[in-house]
Ligand binder design. Sequence first.
Ligand SMILES: [Zn+2]
Length: 211
Amino acid sequence: MQLPAPFKPTPASDAPALSTRAARALRAGWLSGGALLLMLAAIANLANAYQRSDGVQVQCVIEQHGERRVVPVEWLGHGESGDRHPALGGAAAVVRPDKDGWPVIYFDQVTVKGIREKDPHMLDFIFYHECAHATDPTRDEIDANCEAYLELDRLGMMNEPLERALAQTHRKMMRLPSRYGGSGAAFWDKTMACVSERRAQSRRPAGQNHE
Ligand SMILES: [Zn+2]
């Protein structure tokens, strides 16, 4: 599966390693300003990790203007019903630029809580969908869904029952804005058409993509 190079949500396992190193430095008594910064960076990075349904902490890493950054993950609301955050407009998650134009992933705690209980794999799908937007803001909803599907497949987190569950969750959404295809069913059909097309492309030898 050929994914664009910047689309690489990386395991967050680097972060604890850094902080362990910093902690060791602290014990050894040679904690320099640099090491302290490193330690703070490691703590900040962990806060931006998303815990998948398989327990693995992942981060959405993007590249903009030649600079690599971890996309911050913010949780809005307190998880109480009726406490949905207006900024999300009823969505489970959105990507919004910060004041400098860097993307931030926002999750609505209320919506997410329900999804985590009923269909935790769907929440993983949503994380990769939002990461796909963050990686490339020109991606539309179908493309973002397509990327999320391919990424989960690449990670070995897709199989027939999981795909059926995702399809079902999508198809349950009766009416959706036109950018999602107008309905959950159309949204999912377009997603799967994109997945098939991308798979066909990756099977073709290089240079024959526009035959
Ligand atoms: Zn989206």
